[in-house]
Ligand binder design. Structure first.
Ligand code: SAM
Length: 498
């Protein structure tokens, strides 16, 4: 699975090549020189599969300011098409679905009917997974891609997904006479395209982000200048509740000390009544990663709340939480179905973020009278703090759900060494995928099922082959469209012990 990013190669403003950065799903978002090849199956496979494993690296503390990169939580990397020139179709439609789509380039597929987008994604997944399935002799179905409101191959008109991103971000840059510019990085550059609104973001999100710039201007807080490495305000990241009326605003500053910080916090909090938390993240490092290591709450609660599958989740400013909540429910339902939990099972949820998948599964099992024991592992300590609170919020005590802040591979190795009993393993790694050591240890634990949720099918194919060699067989693969109008596809793979 994902966070959007301002990760764009630089050219127009700084004239320098982009530095490698990471998006909100822990993805590198470096310059891409790939060519658009959506028309060919190979091209679509590469596009829909996303980025190369080598380009991805883990960082829970990164994000992106551009809808597509952000959307996918994926940045741009060599060998993909995202930084290629807009297609003819896109140029033609530039005045249609979105007034800035040509300049912004975030939703590269916005000009393609949604029904066709889903078919392309389906073809790409077939092309990517079919050779592995045949090589391994698996009898596994690649199911129809679950889109927003329709599936790949459904007849008739498909709905046009809008307003599905509940996480949004903006970079800031200095304008003339103390102005603070906000918007999206134009494709392939660090030039900011102003965005009065965004069709794929939650209602009101873009207005809030633009208002941050107005507040900064009023208070004389300068935007950060990447080239001169001067100024203060770098980004704002906004998360909005899907099933709650809450929002959380995090400003990213180049240094801790910010002039008029109390006034800033107060004014930011009053931009929109939904804002329950205003946080400051400090990122003084060069590079494209949005978030730095230090975060403090400036105003309000330490987190906001949202709901998924009848569970309540507290989300703090730097913990991972999915961007498209409607499709997250689809993704999680598929994962829970794939787990086929029985009463008394031990479920290991690896790369668990704020504990959401495992907690939804545990609650679902408990509601069906099949209480299980959940163990979650995640390397971002902020995610684990949230996960423990989330267990409590959902009525699960420490005997029913425990969470460890550590590297998933280390944890699995230790668990395999000590012979920990596990019935089902769920894993949802960042775009780089998992590690051979994790996968080998997971197989050594001998779970009945392994459910692998992926935001990067290319690395998932690699990892599934390792699991196959370790005695697991794929029985079901379902693509899910978490990021309409982009090339990205997520997948849920269900494996059984052979
Ligand atoms: C795609 S997110 C999935 C989070 C969660 N499953 C969800 O659905 O919200 C991947 C998570 O893996 C975490 N992560 C990355 N590398 C890790 C590692 N080596 N060990 C444990 N967790 C890691 C990230 O911090 C992030 O929270």
């Amino acid at each position: 699975m994902a966070q959007q990013s301002s990760h764009r190669p630089r050219s127009a403003r700084g004239g320098k090549p982009a530095r490698r950065g990471k998006d909100h799903r822990g993805t590198s978002a470096s310059a891409g020189s790939g060519r658009r090849s959506a028309g060919s199956p190979a091209g679509s496979a590469r596009q829909a599969a996303g980025r190369s494993a080598s380009a991805a690296s883990a960082s829970a503390a990164s994000g992106a300011a551009h809808p597509a990169g952000a959307a996918s939580g994926s940045g741009r990397s060599a060998g993909t098409t995202s930084d290629a020139a807009p297609s003819r179709r896109k140029l033609k439609d530039s005045a249609g679905p979105c007034p800035i789509m040509r300049a912004c380039g975030g939703c590269a597929w916005l000009g393609i009917p949604y029904r066709k987008q889903l078919i392309r994604k389906q073809e790409a997944m077939e092309e990517l997974f079919r050779p592995l399935i045949e090589r391994m002799g698996w009898d596994a179905a690649i199911e129809a891609t679950c889109g927003m409101g329709s599936k790949a191959g459904d007849p008739g008109k498909a709905p046009v997904p809008r307003a599905f991103r509940y996480k949004a971000a903006t970079p800031f840059a200095p304008g003339p006479a103390g102005a603070v510019r906000s918007g999206f990085f134009a494709r392939g550059t660090h030039t900011i395209v102003p965005a009065p609104s965004c069709a794929v973001e939650a209602p009101g999100a873009r207005h809030i982000l633009n208002e941050v710039a107005r507040v900064a201007e009023r208070l004389g807080i300068p935007a950060y200048d990447e080239d001169a490495r001067q100024g203060v305000l770098r980004y704002a990241v906004l998360r909005m509740g899907w099933r709650t009326d809450e929002a959380m605003l995090t400003i990213v500053t180049a240094r801790r000390e910010v002039p008029h910080i109390e006034d800033l916090a107060r004014e930011l909090s009053s931009i929109d009544p939904r804002i329950v938390c205003v946080a400051q993240n400090i990122n003084g490092r060069e590079g494209n990663a949005i978030l730095g290591r230090e975060t403090r709450v400036l105003w309000g609660a330490p987190h906001m709340k949202d709901e998924l599958l009848d569970c309540t989740f507290a989300i703090s400013p730097t913990a991972f939480y999915q961007t498209n909540p409607q499709q997250t429910e689809v993704l999680y339902r598929l994962a829970i179905e794939g787990m086929a939990l029985e009463a008394g099972d031990v479920l290991l949820d690896a790369y668990c973020g704020s504990g959401t998948i495992g907690l939804c599964a545990a609650r679902d099992a408990a509601r069906a009278g099949k209480a299980i024991k959940l163990i979650g592992v995640e390397k971002n300590p902020a995610g684990i703090v949230d996960a423990r609170l989330n267990a409590e919020l959902n009525g699960l005590g420490p005997d029913e759900a425990s969470f460890m802040a550590t590297d998933a591979t280390e944890f699995l190795r230790d668990a395999a060494r000590s012979g920990t009993h596990v019935d089902v393993v769920a894993l949802d790694p960042p775009r780089a995928g998992s590690t051979p050591a994790f996968l080998t240890a997971a197989a050594e634990l001998g779970p009945r099922r392994i459910v692998y949720i992926s935001c990067n099918p290319t690395t998932q194919v690699r990892d599934l082959e390792i699991l196959g060699q370790q005695g697991y067989r794929l029985c079901r693969l379902t693509p899910v469209d978490m990021f309409p109008h982009t090339e990205h596809t997520e997948t849920v793979a269900v494996l059984e012990r052979s």
